[in-house]
Design a protein around this ligand. Structure first.
Ligand SMILES: [Zn+2]
Length: 332
């Protein structure tokens, strides 16, 4: 079963699986809707998929499975959020020490069947070893991401993590129980006048010395991920950077795309991306919050959200631009 047009086919079965029993809060495209009370509830949709934003590019994705508990997939879960100055004039200070706050992570009581890593940077990777050790999740990432994760892990986390790492390179299409994950080769944002990847590089051949500063967490290649609910065919795709490899998106026609603001150095960024994705019915912005601000308060836009909304509207007028705030959920 595939993609669009099949929604509702098995809504009853999905409800039995428990996904639709959970409350959802929906924020929609109109700016006024962002002021809606956070407790606002609505009838859940029939997509079989529920998204919850964990800030930055962190997402908890629940996928309904008839007769089974919903699966949980985490993307780039980063709950610690230490101050880096990423969105200040001077940019992130490369000597900033890495922090992993296990209490802050544990407060969210996340569970996961898979953790998907898009790239190795400090605002994506550092909490993954602790989450892998406390959830039994399989962790997908490149060889460099795997080596950085092993280097980050506490000695007592390392054995568990080693057994949970699945090294991927893009092109894999994994069939799991009730859903599939397609791994897409992708590209990182390129910033500044010279269009450079921040903290570039790879870490092949084994774990490097223990990373101490944010500069030690290099990009290590960038992946995007598409997740499809078998019961409905509903597909979401997430991009961890404001760039993409058009050839690697061939044949992908997602229902919902999580894309980032930025991309100023990428030729025709939003129109070309939405065209490659066959103009998805939903765009949910990601990575638009200033990560120096707290996760348990409404997100503070670092300045890219309006530009992204306008670009999506211009390139794909029928697409719904759905803003999900910190820790809010959205069920299409
Ligand atoms: Zn990055």
């Amino acid at each position: 079963m595939s993609r669009r047009g099949l929604l509702g086919a098995s809504a009853a079965g999905l409800s039995a699986a428990g996904l639709t029993a959970a409350g959802v809060a929906v924020a929609s495209d109109a700016p006024a809707d962002r002021a809606r009370p956070r407790s606002a509830r609505t009838e859940p949709g029939t997509s079989g998929v529920r998204l919850r934003w964990l800030g930055n590019n962190g997402w908890e994705i629940r996928v309904a499975r008839p007769g089974k508990r919903p699966a949980t997939v985490l993307i780039d879960p980063w709950l610690t959020r230490f101050r880096t100055g990423t969105y200040t004039e001077a940019g992130a200070d490369p000597t900033t020490e890495l922090v992993v706050d296990k209490d802050a992570i544990d407060r969210h009581r996340l569970r996961a069947d898979q953790i998907l890593v898009t790239h190795g940077h400090y605002d994506h990777l550092p909490d993954v070893p602790h989450l892998a050790a406390t959830t039994d999740a399989t962790v997908l990432g490149t060889e460099s991401h795997a080596n950085l994760l092993l280097a980050l892990a506490e000695p007592e986390e390392r054995d568990a993590l080693e057994g949970r790492l699945s090294v991927v390179s893009g092109g894999e299409h994994l069939q799991l129980e009730g859903y599939s994950i397609r791994v897409l080769r992708s590209l990182h944002s390129m910033t500044g006048a010279r269009a450079r990847v921040p903290f570039p590089g790879t870490r092949p051949g084994g774990p490097p010395p223990r990373p101490k500063t944010i500069a030690d967490l290099v990009e290590g290649g960038t992946l995007a991920y598409a997740i499809t609910c078998d019961a409905t065919g509903f597909t979401v795709v997430n991009f961890g950077g404001s760039n993409f490899s058009a050839a690697d998106l061939a044949g992908l026609s997602p229902d919902l795309a999580m894309i980032q603001p930025g991309g100023a150095t990428v030729h025709d960024y939003v129109p070309r991306l939405l065209s490659c994705l066959d103009h998805p019915p939903y765009v949910v912005p990601t990575h638009w919050d200033d990560v120096d601000e707290p996760l348990d308060e409404p997100a503070v836009d670092w300045g890219g959200l309006t530009g992204l909304r306008n670009a999506v509207r211009a390139a794909s007028p029928s697409t719904r631009f759905v803003v999900v705030d910190h820790l809010e959920t959205f069920t299409p």
